[in-house]
Design a protein around this ligand. Structure first.
Ligand code: SF4
Ligand code: SF4
Length: 316
């Protein structure tokens, strides 16, 4: 007999935990710093995330992705427009390197620690699927059904991009004292932020159009995936499949925007161990048999199995 579906209040446990997590972070930061701004910031982020997760939990299956899109706009748009442009708090990865070198810019360091280094130990690459302001735009493009991965090993571009960004900031910091000149709302810092994000959007949209794949930038170029994939291996939250419900229709594999061969993990009774997973839950919403869920557990990811364009699967 299949288990009874959770009650509406049971479905709100995860949104409640997410809200409590971020409000708790905000309270800790408030106590530690003496400033109320971190409480307002983390409280806002936790509230938007909780509403998005709540919508996802309560809406009918085919409409659940609206909860994720709400969160993408509410969190990603806020971080880009309010924090980035209005408050001159640049959260690009180049600024992380600059902040680490110069000792300035606590905001960007906190952001990376919470969303992209320590947080993924708990919630994997939730950031990518639910909060990234680049994906917020890419999700509007029409190529939602991925043609599959390019057979070339383009993933090295992400590491090269990461290393090149770090090197550039070391040079600028050492040769031109960039750290001192760019933080705290300088016009040059704002110009960097706007130009850098415009470049990201141009490359990401261009790649999506060229490869007919909304998430081509995420798969091949985004440098933020380098730290994310390292700690997302240990994520307590991962997708789990139930082979007793699955009829092997492969709808989840075909619709996974990151091309993960979900079915091969299910067949082996393992959770989806690919660090490409963004916990977007598209696979859950397309599975007519309710064979997939996001589960809590401990295992070590990094077993990468992806659907290659025009082929079966491969280990990345
Ligand atoms: S969509 Fe559901 S039933 Fe179909 S292969 Fe995936 S898990 Fe199995
Ligand atoms: S496996 Fe599921 S949750 Fe993960 S990226 Fe693919 S569709 Fe999204």
């Amino acid at each position: 007999m299949s288990p009874a579906p959770p009650s509406p209040s049971g479905k709100l446990v995860v949104p409640g935990v997410a809200a409590a997590f971020f409000w708790g972070l905000g309270l800790l930061a408030w106590r530690a710093s003496g400033f109320v701004q971190p409480l307002v910031l983390f409280g806002y982020l936790g509230t938007v995330l909780a509403i998005g997760l709540g919508l996802y939990a309560l809406l009918p299956r085919k409409k659940r992705q609206w909860g994720r899109r709400f969160t993408l706009v509410g969190v990603g748009g806020f971080l880009l427009v309010f924090l980035g442009i209005m408050q001159s708090e640049n959260l690009q990865i180049e600024w992380l390197f600059l902040a680490l070198l110069s000792g300035l810019g606590a905001g960007v360091v906190t952001h990376y620690l919470v969303a992209k280094v320590v947080g993924p130990l708990l919630f994997g690459r939730l950031w990518c699927g639910w909060a990234c302001w680049t994906l917020m735009v890419l999700d509007l493009l029409p190529f939602r059904r991925s043609p599959g991965r390019d057979p070339g090993r383009w993933e090295w571009l992400r590491v090269a991009h990461f290393a090149a960004s770090a090197l550039l900031m070391v040079v600028l910091w050492a040769a031109f004292s960039y750290g001192d000149r760019l933080f705290y709302g300088s016009p040059t810092g704002l110009a960097w932020m706007v130009a850098g994000n415009a470049l990201y959007y141009a490359v990401a949209v261009g790649m999506a159009l060229a490869l007919r794949d909304n998430r081509a930038f995420c798969k091949y170029v985004c440098p933020v995936t380098v730290p994310l994939k390292a700690t997302a291996r240990f994520s307590l939250l991962k997708v789990r499949g139930d082979m007793s419900r699955c009829n092997e229709c492969e709808a989840c594999v075909k619709m996974c925007p990151m091309d993960i061969d979900i079915l091969s993990y299910i067949r082996e009774g393992r959770r989806v161990l690919s660090t490409e997973c963004m916990l977007c839950q598209t696979c859950l919403t397309v599975c007519a048999r309710d064979a997939l869920k996001v589960s809590l557990g401990f295992d070590i990811g990094g077993d990468e199995r992806v659907r290659v364009a025009g082929a079966g699967e491969r280990a990345a």
